[in-house]
Design a binder for this molecule. Structure first.
Ligand SMILES: Nc1ncnc2c1ncn2[C@@H]1O[C@H](COP(=O)(O)OP(=O)(O)OP(=O)(O)O)[C@@H](O)[C@H]1O
Ligand SMILES: [Mg+2]
Length: 334
């Protein structure tokens, strides 16, 4: 049995992973440094191609490290790969269940593959925990997507790992199944005391589920912290407004609490200390019939993502002037 893990579940130091060479060189991971405290649900948040799966692959020993160091559960990923493997579970994005087997037979098969001993009572506990006990002897091809996902997680937990990796555990699932899975991940972490490293490109999921989040883009970690630490990096609200007629920018800039004003025609983006203070002052200074549209964006992981990567998740093209906008405002604050 694996003992409890104190301190850091995963430590990554200056780790790089390259694919190909020459003109085809891909820096899938570019000098990544990261510490994942034991007992946390840790999220790697990033767009397609950010390097999320690559990081899981190098930490699980599936893929070789190009440069740098990593330890998982206290063991060196390169030099002690068997020790690492004995202590980790992996829920891949691909399906790994055998459809012709029942849930119980899938667990049995997993136990054989890993040469486990005394696994039977653990398997029964897992079936109960995942509410699969009643259906345990049905072939899994009759299972719903959510049930299959639960069984996949059960298989990954069978050998009592200390750390479990989940690559995009909710990708392609409908909203209600996704939420059910969030509860499962939180429950697994509490009930079995495992550290969870999951990847996602859903901001909402990272926010709801993770104790800590690292934002990864183009192989680099751009920010790391608890969701509220990350949000506190953006200490301003963004007010977007469209006016009927052109305005004098100085009129907006003079309003107390305004940090930056940018205009594109009659569209204004105003960064303010707090929208609650700004809006009454705005309405005192600009007639409301002059305002066609107004919206407020409060600090959120979305705005953090925008600030550190220069684009919104799901958008491929950088919004270059927004980035410049943020950069200028940051400089102005210092
Ligand atoms: N076997 C490989 N050979 C060459 N390049 C690869 C290989 N695997 C990944 N890459 C490249 O490495 C980069 C990171 O890929 P990775 O799969 O880690 O991203 P990801 O964050 O998991 O993306 P997604 O959200 O699409 O799953 C991408 O540019 C990808 O094309
Ligand atoms: Mg991936």
């Amino acid at each position: 049995m694996n003992g409890p893990l104190n301190g850091s579940a995963i430590v990554v130091k200056d780790l790089s992973k390259h694919y190909g060479s020459g003109a085809r060189l891909v820096r899938a991971l570019d000098h990544v440094t990261l510490t994942i405290p034991s007992g946390t649900v840790f999220g790697l948040l990033g767009p397609n191609g950010a390097g999320k799966t690559t990081l899981i692959k190098v930490l699980t020993g599936i893929s070789e490290i190009t440069d740098g160091d990593a330890t998982v559960a206290g063991f060196d990923v390169r030099r002690q790969s068997m020790d690492v493997r004995a202590r980790i579970g992996w829920v891949a994005a691909e399906v790994i269940l055998d459809d012709d087997f029942s849930a119980r037979e899938n667990l049995w098969f997993q136990a054989k593959l890993q040469s486990l001993k005394g696994w039977e009572s653990r398997a029964e506990d897992l079936l109960k925990f995942f509410s699969l006990a009643d259906r345990a002897d049905e072939k899994v091809n009759q299972f719903s997507t959510g049930m299959r996902k639960k069984l996949e997680i059960a298989l990954a937990l069978l050998h009592q790992p200390l750390v479990i990796f989940m690559d995009e555990p909710t990708i392609g699932l409908d909203v209600s199944t996704r939420r059910m899975l969030w509860d499962i991940v939180t429950g697994v972490h509490k009930e079995f005391g495992v550290t969870v490293l999951l990847t996602t490109h859903y901001i909402e999921e990272a926010d709801a589920l993770c104790d800590r989040i690292a934002i990864i883009d183009q192989g680099r970690i751009l920010a790391e912290g608890t969701p509220s630490e990350l949000k506190s990096r953006v200490r301003a609200d963004i007010v977007q407004l469209e006016t009927v007629e052109p305005l004098d920018a100085a009129r907006l800039s003079r309003i107390p609490g305004v940090q930056e004003v940018r205009a594109q025609g009659n569209d204004w983006t105003v960064r303010v200390a707090t929208a609650d203070d700004f809006l009454p002052r705005l309405f005192a200074s600009v007639r409301t019939d002059q305002i066609r549209r107004i919206s407020v964006e409060k600090p959120s992981l979305e705005t953090v993502f925008l600030e550190v990567t220069g684009r919104r998740l799901g958008q491929d093209e950088p919004i270059r002037d927004v980035r410049r906008f943020y950069a200028q405002m940051q400089r102005a604050r210092r």
